[in-house]
Each structure stands twice: as C-alpha cells, then as structure tokens.
Design a protein around this ligand. Structure first.
Ligand code: 13P
Length: 249
C-alpha cells in the first residue's frame, strides 16, 4: 500500500490574522502537489482567516491544540466543535512545547486524541525524546511508550487515519536535524509498535512524519526513507522554502 505523504506547517505562536492571509496568499501557488497532503496549523485566532484564504486550494487547516471536554468552565480553552464548525480538519496534539511549557502529559494527550477522533478531527500526535534521553539510549523505549499511551482505546479504523509526528526535541528550532538514519530508525520503531497494538494493515496505513529543523535542503533525503511519510515543519513553514519542502522530489 502506498501511503500519501503529508507535510504540515506548524506555525507555532506566529502570524496575526492579517499576516496569515498574506502568508497563505504567497504560499498558495508554491505548495501545489497532488502527491502530498498539505496542512497549515495556525494560531487559534488566525484559523478563520486561514480557512478563508486557503479556499480554492488543496491546503487543509489544522489547529495546534484543543481541549478534551465538550464545553464548560475551562477558561482559556478551545473545544473540538469550535474547530470543526469553522472547517478545521487536523489538530496537533502533544507537541513537545506543550508538554514542556503547558504541562501536557501522555495521559492528557490520549484524552485529546480520543476527543479529536470523536469529532472527526485528524490528530497529528507528537512524540520524541530529549538530548539527555537520546544519550542515555532510551529513545526507542520512550517513543514506544508515548505512542502506546497516546493510542490507548483508539480503534483500528481510527488509528489508520491518524498521523504521528516523531520530533526529537534536540532537533526542534536548533538547526540540528536528525540524520535520515536516526529519523528512520525511530519512525520504523513507531510503525512497529503500531503493528504490535493492532496489526500490519494498521501499521502500513498510519502516516508517520519527521519534525525538527526540516528545510528544503534535507526534506528529500528524509522523506525518501521508507518509514517517513512527510514532515511537521516549524520555522521553514513560515517562509517560501515551505513550497520547496512540499515539492521535495
Ligand atoms: P522547526 O522546524 O522550527 O525545528 O520546528 C519543528 C517543530 O517543532 C514542528 O512542530
């Protein structure tokens, strides 16, 4: 089975609504590629403008977070139906910055994954190790555990539609990219754990991205690895280089 590549831009805390419209206008003609699903994950307040600006293109819009309850007294949080009503299709869950600065845990990640699926949002679940963990040799153990907990109570059918992003924390925003071998090794381990939880069919369907200082100069090598189905791109997704990343071949 051929998995379709998926390249997503994680804009993080960048771009006001008007800046969002400007950037999407500039990138729209550059990110055309029928062989790749393209997703822009903008800040919450820019989502409506992003969806409007992306009309007439194949660009899908994603959020960078959401809460795991339907509604209620959760000041400052955003509910899944608020996202689906405006046309959001994807949601990043458990990014390492949210785990590090906003106390997200494997357990809250799992709750959010289940709630996103319930609302037909496609989760892009982030996993990955710190430099200290890599040096200790526990990367694969850690990422296996993060993946297992994130997928708890997720059905096979839903798991097949999910996206998992392997993002080594030491490679995020540092200009230090994992080598294609390092990235492939961990992405293969993630696929292996999915096959253990479900089966081969599920493992072959789930899409696994690499994230961490992806740019056009390294995208081709990374995305050509057998278990890497595209990328989750931070810094470079805010520049015209994102067009070259989407058209990495
Ligand atoms: P950079 O591409 O800026 O390293 O960020 C990666 C990332 O965290 C994407 O979610």
């Amino acid at each position: 089975m051929m998995r379709k590549k998926i390249v997503a831009g994680n804009w993080k805390m960048n771009k006001t609504p008007s800046e969002t419209v400007e950037l999407i206008k500039a990138l729209k003609p550059l990110v055309k590629n029928d062989e790749v699903d393209v997703v822009f994950c903008t800040p919450f307040v820019s989502l409506v403008s992003a969806i409007e600006a992306a009309k007439g293109s194949d660009i899908a819009i994603g959020a960078q977070n959401m809460y795991y309850e339907e509604s209620g007294a959760y000041t400052g949080e955003v509910a899944p139906n608020m996202l689906t009503e405006i046309g959001v299709q994807y949601v990043v869950i458990g990014h390492s910055e949210r785990r590090a600065y906003f106390s997200e845990t494997d357990e809250t990640v799992n709750k959010k994954v289940l709630k996103a699926i319930e609302h037909k949002l496609i989760p892009i679940v982030c996993v990955g190790e710190t430099l200290e963990q890599r040096e200790q040799g526990i990367t694969v153990d850690l990422v296996r555990l993060q993946t297992k907990i994130a997928l708890k109570n997720v059905s096979k059918e839903d798991a097949m539609k999910m996206v998992i992003a392997y993002e080594p924390i030491w490679a995020i925003g540092t200009g230090k990219t994992a080598t294609s071998q390092q990235a492939e090794e961990v992405c293969a381990a993630i696929r292996q754990v999915v096959s253990e939880i479900y089966d081969q069919e599920t493992a072959q369907a789930v899409r696994i991205q690499y994230g961490g200082s992806v740019k056009s100069a390294n995208a081709k090598e990374l995305f050509s690895m057998p278990n890497i189905d595209g990328g989750l791109v931070g810094g470079a997704s805010l520049t015209t280089d994102f067009g070259n990343i989407v058209n990495y071949k």
